[in-house]
Design a protein around this ligand. Structure first.
Ligand code: 5AD
Ligand code: SF4
Length: 496
């Protein structure tokens, strides 16, 4: 799936992180432990789950040994993600042995994929809950308390949790994820997401803008709008009487209210470019990021909107998956090499200096050496700032699993992967070097991991920047940093 990007989540150190929250409702004396794997959407969903349970008086703990309810929010995207979750469940077994009343729940994509089978396979699991059924969690926990095991994996065509104000977990109070849509209709042949997360649906634009405003008022300075394919965001106003136009897509053009919240006279249909603009208008001091873009859908209108607003970051994650048109075709990506290059050219033309990152799969079914080489030359063409690279991993139930043999030997996949990883290191280094001597506008996120004498924060183009602490500036403020040198993944400089 196309969503994994934000480094904060991709960062291996965050995978499996326990999330902490305060109870909102009357404390019920029970403690919840929740940890998340996989994409940014899963981390964002865990905040929704936490919010639902905080309303019921659950407190959280960062130690699963002390918990009454232990949840693991799972990922199914590649086989090794699932293996990791199974291993983690084994580690919970000891705690459950010591505290037999402990409720263990599996949430998210693996729950959806394996459904009730999970309860047979993993004897210690009491609850299995798919991504659209989190509102049912309090009932399901009650069911377990009364001695039954509980499953709800119903997918919904409507659920967006739009009305739930997520509790921000382990937050630095500066960056937040805001989910704008759920599910995916794309059916890329390798991908399990359309099966685990269901049909695509867009969240009410009012509620997205209201959430961003609320975050800004609480001191947050960066929001990342999340969706599996943000470019297909489309939300229609439910009350035609309030809208000016006829609701047609053509009509959606430029009529979004500049107030970003006052929707009188706003377009009848809000597309992604419109939504970006509405969020950008919340405040020029609020940075806006988004993820993930799909090459087939990213429009010039979106690119012009990014170019128009200084606070929409110049960074696009545009997964290519393969540089070869035949492979793209059997991946069902619905674009070819030329189309992707055209989109890159448009980005370079409309947003000069925009950083671009990607996802690549090597060793997809039937991929030849020449076809693999097309991926390598695509990397030469784009010179990505960053890339997430994976060996193809067959997922049960996907179109590729049904239609094509997973016929590329493991050692060939490994060699191809090593080749593109080396190539990407070259280009990441090249992009980093090009920033030396430049001044970057950085949003200070906090102290650097290594030293409290340094601050860290991200540049507009999403590069991590480290610089000496200054008494004059605090986390949450913007500073200009002159880049003096780089490591392989970080820009190092000083405030100017
Ligand atoms: N095998 C390997 N990589 C995959 N991805 C999705 N499905 C698979 C799979 N079956 C990768 C894609 C996607 C990223 C999030 O994960 O590159 O963009
Ligand atoms: Fe992304 Fe394609 Fe999977 Fe949808 S089906 S989540 S677009 S990889």
């Amino acid at each position: 799936m196309d969503l994994l990007i934000p480094d904060k989540v991709h960062d291996e150190s965050r995978q499996g992180e326990a999330l902490i929250l305060e109870p909102v409702g009357k404390n019920n004396g029970r403690k919840l432990y929740i940890e998340s794997y996989g994409c940014a959407m899963n981390f964002s969903d865990s905040e929704i789950v936490a919010s639902i349970l905080a309303e019921k008086g659950f407190e959280t703990t960062s130690d699963f040994n002390n918990a009454d309810v232990v949840f693991i929010n799972t990922c199914s995207i590649r086989e090794n993600a699932e293996v990791r979750v199974r291993n983690r469940l084994k580690e919970f077994a000891g705690a459950k042995f010591r505290n037999p009343g402990m409720v263990v729940g599996v949430l998210g994509c693996m729950a959806e994929r394996l459904k009730a089978k999970f309860l047979e396979e993993e004897k210690l699991v009491d609850v299995v809950v798919g991504p659209d059924a989190y509102r049912d969690l309090p009932n399901l926990i009650d069911q377990v308390d009364s001695g039954q095991r509980a499953v709800n994996v119903l997918l919904s065509r409507e659920e967006t949790y739009a009305d739930i104000s997520p509790v921000r977990l382990n937050s630095n109070g500066i960056n937040a994820f805001v989910s704008i849509m759920r599910g995916c209709d794309n059916m890329c042949s390798f991908c399990v997401v359309p099966f685990t997360r269901g049909r695509e649906r867009s969240r009410d634009a009012h509620s997205v803008v209201a959430e961003c405003k609320d975050l800004f008022d609480k001191g947050y300075r960066e929001v990342t709008l999340l969706g599996q394919n943000v470019d297909s965001y489309k939300w229609s106003r439910p009350h035609p009487a309030l809208s000016e136009g006829d609701g047609s897509e053509e009509d959606a053009g430029n009529k979004v209210s500049p107030a970003g919240g006052d929707f009188e006279g706003a377009a009848a249909v809000v597309n992604f470019a419109n939504l970006l603009e509405m969020v950008a208008l919340v405040s020029p001091e609020l940075r806006v990021r988004f993820s993930t873009s799909h090459p087939k859908d990213i429009t010039d209108e979106v690119l012009h909107t990014i170019a128009k607003y200084d606070n929409i970051c110049n960074y696009i994650h545009l997964p290519v998956q393969s540089g070869n048109s035949r492979i793209l075709d059997i991946m069902n990506r619905t674009y070819d090499r030329e189309w992707y290059m055209n989109r890159i050219d448009a980005i370079r033309r409309i947003i000069p200096g925009c950083a671009v990152s990607t996802d690549v799969i090597t060793g997809f079914c039937t991929e030849t050496e020449e076809e693999h080489n097309d991926t390598v030359t695509m990397m030469d063409y784009v010179k990505y700032d960053f890339a997430y690279m994976f060996k193809y991993s067959e997922r049960p139930g996907t179109l590729a699993a049904k239609r094509y043999a997973d016929d590329i030997p493991e050692e060939v996949k490994q060699r191809r992967l090593a080749q593109i990883v080396a190539k990407q290191q070259e280009y990441s280094f090249y992009r980093m070097q090009a920033r030396i001597g430049k001044v970057e506008k950085v949003l200070i996120e906090g102290f650097s991991k290594k030293s409290d004498k340094d601050y860290c924060g991200r540049s507009d183009q999403n590069a991590m920047v480290i610089f000496p602490v200054s008494e004059d500036y605090k986390p949450g403020q913007y500073v200009n940093v002159l880049v003096e040198r780089t490591t392989s993944a970080t820009l190092i400089g000083k405030i100017v």
